[in-house]
Ligand binder design. Structure first.
Ligand SMILES: [Zn+2]
Length: 75
């Protein structure tokens, strides 16, 4: 049952940014910048651009995107 999620995780290392992947579906990310800024980023289907903070700050700010909607567990 975990094979699907493992495959998705492998696909996320292909080089494209997380928000550029699976753009035909809704995705949710926790984003954290090296400067300490954090947010919850909701990417609806069709959205393929980065967090606003990532766009306006640029160099010197390293943003990590952590997809959270695939980690939901009802166990
Ligand atoms: Zn920043």
């Amino acid at each position: 049952m975990n094979e699907t999620s493992t495959r998705e995780r492998e696909q996320s290392t292909l080089g494209t940014m997380p928000y550029e992947q699976e753009v035909d579906e809704d995705r949710t990310f926790d984003v954290e910048c090296s400067c300490g800024e954090t947010a919850r980023l909701y990417c609806y289907a069709g959205r393929d651009w980065p967090w606003k903070h990532d766009m306006v700050t640029g160099l010197g700010h390293v943003v990590e995107y952590r997809r959270v909607d695939t980690e939901v567990s009802d166990d």
